[in-house]
Design a protein around this ligand. Structure first.
Ligand SMILES: NC(=O)c1ccc[n+]([C@@H]2O[C@H](COP(=O)([O-])OP(=O)(O)OC[C@H]3O[C@@H](n4cnc5c(N)ncnc54)[C@H](O)[C@@H]3O)[C@@H](O)[C@H]2O)c1
Length: 344
């Protein structure tokens, strides 16, 4: 008999680590996790972990024969900055990899005779604001506004959303018998900030990097202008939103793709919050015009009214709570005991 599992790809990344912890604590499902990297020691034992590539067809084929996959959190991806250095590789991982996972979920849905749930984290990178005037004027964008991404990653995410919608509505639409469709649900995340992991490869990384540097007593050179504004969210809210959407009754859902957000801050407002908690922190601005261009193309804020209405989305961490109750105390503790950079 095949073992029933919930599968998480890209599980060794920032969201994956937080999601494993939460799902393992809830204890409702056995977890099957897949990543190019092993899990950090503190998470080992919480799942059956496979170190491997989502592009490895023989590995995916083997998983299908061994497991009954009830739902999939498909997190594996190359993020926006990393993707611009290796765009074709980003396309392979973000598009071809997603296609393989969707096909796997479609086959599992057919075999199990019920829709496998497929959760896909998309991103504000799926948007492309044409200029700063429009960005300032049209700040709270809705899901269907400005879908003109400027990065390979953003293009990949937008297309991944479309592929998912196709597989859950129109897959093999000309076949004599309609197959059992998978159940695709996607969230467009703003920049995420975790107290426990440090991001790499993204273009909203300046927010979390500033905090983690300050807690270590290091000066930080921010790569975007002080007035640069995008939406952010604390990691526990990102995990909460994924789980809420995963559990929402299908009848309540009016779309496949939903915006979620918590607070919108400029780089300077983040710097002020950081300096408030870590006085004396040196934050300067050395603008990287290319990365600046990418962040300028992302919306200043998101309209997440559909998520609120359809599945009761509401962030637990507004800006004050995110910084004062979650980020600052946990980041402080994380680096406590390490010599501050200024001591050396
Ligand atoms: N962190 C954010 O701010 C943010 C915002 C919006 C959307 N997202 C999306 O959420 C998901 C998770 O993001 P994250 O922040 O945890 O990213 P991350 O970079 O921390 O983690 C991604 C993980 O995917 C793995 N991976 C990459 N290629 C792989 C492959 N070929 N096979 C198997 N594993 C592979 C990496 O090893 C890594 O552990 C991604 O899809 C990302 O696009 C993240």
């Amino acid at each position: 008999m095949r073992k029933r599992v919930v599968m998480i790809t890209g599980c060794a990344g920032e969201i994956g680590q937080a999601l494993i912890e939460e799902l393992a604590e809830q204890g409702e499902h056995d977890l099957l996790t897949l990543d190019l990297k092993p899990l950090p020691p503190e998470l080992q034992g919480l799942s059956t972990h496979i170190t491997g590539d989502i592009l490895d067809d023989s590995l995916l084929g083997r998983l299908v024969t061994e497991y009954e996959i009830q739902s999939i959190y498909h997190l594996a991806a190359l993020l926006s900055t990393r993707g611009e250095f290796t765009p074709e590789l980003a396309h392979r991982v973000n598009v071809e990899g997603t296609l393989r996972l969707l096909k796997l979920a479609a086959e599992q849905s057919e075999w199990q005779g019920r829709p496998v749930r497929f959760l896909f984290p998309s991103s504000i990178a799926a948007y492309g604001m044409p200029n700063l005037e429009v960005k300032a004027r049209d700040s709270k964008v809705r899901e269907w506004d400005w879908n003109h991404p400027t990065t390979m990653y953003g293009c990949n995410k937008l297309y991944g959303e479309m592929l998912g919608s196709y597989y859950s509505k129109n897959y093999r639409q000309l076949a004599a018998e309609r197959p059992v469709m998978l159940d695709f649900r996607s969230i467009r995340f703003p920049g995420l900030i975790s107290a426990f992991t440090v991001p790499s490869g993204g273009t909203s990384d300046y927010g979390p990097e500033m905090l983690h540097a300050a807690a270590q007593g290091k000066a930080y050179e921010c790569f975007v202008r002080p007035d640069t504004r995008i939406p952010f969210m604390a990691m526990p809210d990102a995990v909460k939103s994924l789980l809420l959407l995963a559990r929402a009754p299908g009848a309540n859902l009016s779309r496949h793709v939903y915006n979620v957000t918590s607070f919108s801050l400029s780089a300077e407002e983040i710097a002020d919050l950081v300096r408030e908690s870590f006085p004396g922190t040196e934050i300067s601005y050395v603008v990287d015009e290319k990365r600046q261009g990418i962040v300028d193309s992302w919306p200043a804020d998101l309209n997440d009214g559909a998520a609120r209405q359809d599945w009761g989305w509401e962030p637990e961490y507004g800006v004050k709570r995110a910084f004062h109750d979650y980020l600052i105390p946990n980041i402080r503790e994380r680096y406590a005991g390490e010599p501050a950079a200024s001591d050396s």
